[in-house]
Design a protein around this ligand. Structure first.
Ligand SMILES: [Zn+2]
Length: 278
């Protein structure tokens, strides 16, 4: 059974996926980019969506140009510093789409993320409930302290100065605890709902990309590669790749679609070693 393999070998790729979701950082980066519509000062053109977000090997963003054929314009990407560079937009887009296909998560991976999320949600809920009990107890004690103080003041057991001093202290304690209580009562429903609606979309990254607006496409490229994607000798290359997409890096390399440079500690075991890998 598949699950058996995961448990038997808690390898790096599992950690990679967990990191991408459990600490939520990478996960919410994805969420953010799906809805992000940051404006760019660049001239945007559907024909060359990678203009400005794909770099030359010299780190400068590639610009674009076109030449008119018999019927159509033929677009190409070029570098302002390297005049010999002339990259066919058609070819680059085809390769880019193939790369996105490799990013797509398989049902077994989506299932894994789904199960982990459910577990995380349950854990969080349980922890919240336990903490809420404690905080509510302290909060009621703080209210009681204020009441007692007021009673003492009314019965002339404490003077005005003492009353005012302690009243402020107790009141601020009560307010802090009330605030904590309210935060614990918020169950993060909206966040989890967003997770569940977004998760299935990760099963077809190419479709996700193609159905995005031009601005979203560019934001996607920037975030997935941390603005470091470049093209050299017929292959996309990057020193950074979002953790969530680390599952097929070996295949991407073998197919000449993407080379991850200086992988360092971020490298994750390939899914081909796991059930469901291709
Ligand atoms: Zn250049």
């Amino acid at each position: 059974m598949h699950v058996y393999v995961y448990r038997k070998e808690p390898s790096n790729y599992v950690k990679g996926l967990q990191d991408g979701m459990i600490d939520e950082y990478n996960w919410w980066q994805i969420q953010h980019l799906l809805g992000n519509t940051k404006r760019s000062r660049q001239i945007l053109n559907e024909a060359v969506p990678l203009r400005g977000v794909l770099n030359c090997f010299c780190n400068q963003p590639l610009t674009a140009g076109n030449s008119k054929g018999k019927k159509n314009y033929y677009w190409y990407y070029k570098c302002n510093s390297h005049y010999t560079i002339n990259l066919s937009a058609n070819k680059l887009h085809t390769q880019f789409n193939e790369m996105l296909d490799c990013f797509s998560l398989k049902p077994i991976q989506l299932n894994y993320l789904h199960n982990k999320a459910e577990q995380e949600m349950e854990d969080q809920l349980r922890n919240r409930k336990q903490m809420l009990v404690q905080v509510e107890k302290k909060w009621k004690e703080a209210i009681a302290q204020v009441d007692t103080l007021e009673e003492k003041f009314i019965n002339n057991h404490v003077g005005l100065e003492t009353y005012q001093k302690w009243y402020n202290t107790y009141k601020s304690q009560e307010a802090a605890l009330r605030n904590q209580k309210e935060q614990l009562q918020d169950n993060n429903n909206a966040k989890w709902q967003l997770f569940h609606t977004t998760l299935p979309k990760l099963g077809d990254i190419k479709y996700l990309y193609e159905s995005a607006t031009l601005v979203q496409k560019q934001e996607f490229v920037r975030r997935v590669f941390n603005s470091k994607l470049y093209y050299l000798a017929g292959v996309y290359r990057t020193p950074y790749l979002l953790n969530l997409f680390f599952h097929n890096t070996l295949i991407l390399k073998e197919k000449g679609l993407l080379i991850i440079e200086q992988p360092g500690k971020k490298i994750a075991k390939n899914w081909e070693c796991a059930p469901g890998g291709n």
